[in-house]
Design a binder for this molecule. Structure first.
Ligand SMILES: [Zn+2]
Length: 352
């Protein structure tokens, strides 16, 4: 109902994803060192692209699906088509928030507009090109992974991302402008979040200057959070707005971050987390949890990574079935022809 009406904070469908801070806060970045790190990152991103597309043919799990030929996305509605007035309203809303932030919080905030994003950056404009490239790279990778043509607009218009350099500016934005902290005080301690309120969805990233123990680590962490939250925003629009099991949602967001940012924590830690969990043998409990801890993100990612590498078409079908309201057991059976126990057994075998 009322698809042309903006639903703001009181909406029952208000949802928030928080990305917790892993690193202690330090102030170590300068814009010159940040530029150097961007140059390194650009190279790493191109390596990650190549690496991520190599399927693991040795997996036993690979042969368990019949759905390996043809175009698995054919005839599937990939995202709800938005009405033009909603697109315009969302854009006005996004720009109004940025304008308020520029006037009252951080005068350097400016718009970097790309094909799919409205990036409102408080960073030095010398970083605009890097921000633009990473966001579009992320969109292209998500599109490929989920069989959407890169030219298709999954968002309602473009996805707004608010990027801060100083933590104090982020804190004021979340308290005074989008007012997210009034609902969730824990955003004060988050590295960033994705929030959906009715038909308006946006991403906010904390002050990057405080993101890591080293300056390069801080830049890696910034992009890791960006891709993680960007994946949630994309998944929120993909096929339907239905939520999917937490381990799938978080595991996939972490997989995307690990794939696009190879030096990220998400990429460096998942194998270790998975091994530790295998030794402990408590995995099935993680799959039913509503909130994951640090190590459990890694385990969920390892499972998702295994599913994608084993059979990317089946993974795509699995997501579409979940998004259409199938429960996990039915979706697994119809996509991978497997039960949860089969999945875990095969995953454990692959990680021996
Ligand atoms: Zn998340």
């Amino acid at each position: 109902m009322g698809s042309d009406k903006l639903d703001l904070p009181n909406s029952v469908s208000w949802r928030l994803d928080l990305q917790p801070v892993w690193f202690p806060f330090r102030r170590l970045l300068s814009s010159a060192s940040a530029r150097r790190a961007f140059a390194i990152l650009a190279i790493l991103l191109s390596i990650a692209r190549t690496e991520a597309q190599v399927p693991d043919r040795s997996s036993r799990f690979n042969g368990s699906t019949a759905w390996t030929t043809g175009n698995p996305g054919a005839g599937v509605i990939k995202y709800p088509i938005p009405a033009i007035p909603v697109i315009e309203q969302n854009r006005s809303q996004a720009i109004a928030w940025a304008e308020t932030a520029r006037r009252t919080i951080v005068p350097t905030m400016h718009l970097v507009e790309t094909d799919h994003f409205l990036i409102f950056s408080a960073w030095n404009p010398s970083n605009d090109r890097a921000l633009r490239n990473v966001c579009e790279e992320m969109y292209a990778k998500l599109s490929r992974q989920l069989n959407v043509m890169p030219s298709e607009p999954v968002w309602i218009g473009k996805c707004p991302i608010y990027v801060f350099w100083k933590t104090q500016d982020y804190l004021r934005f979340t308290a005074e402008v989008d007012k997210t902290s009034a609902r969730r005080a824990d955003v004060f301690h988050a590295a960033g979040y994705h929030s959906t309120r009715g038909l308006f969805s946006h991403i906010v990233l904390n002050g990057a200057e405080d993101f890591g123990q080293t300056r390069d680590g801080a830049i890696q962490r910034f992009y890791e959070v960006l891709v993680h939250e960007g994946t949630h925003a994309f998944m929120n629009r993909y096929v339907t707005g239905r939520t999917i099991p937490v381990w799938v949602e978080e595991g996939f967001a972490d997989f995307m971050a690990a794939t696009l940012v190879p030096l990220s924590d998400a990429n460096l830690k998942y194998a270790k987390s998975a091994r530790r969990e295998l030794e402990r043998g408590g995995l099935s409990k993680i799959l039913d949890k509503k909130r994951l801890n640090y190590s459990e993100y890694g385990v969920a990612q390892s499972l998702i990574r295994f599913m994608i590498r084993s059979n990317p078409q089946a993974f795509h079908k699995f997501i579409i079935l979940l998004k259409n309201g199938k429960n996990e057991a039915d979706a697994l059976r119809e996509s991978y022809r497997a039960s949860r126990e089969d999945l875990l057994r095969n995953w454990a075998f692959a990680n021996r």
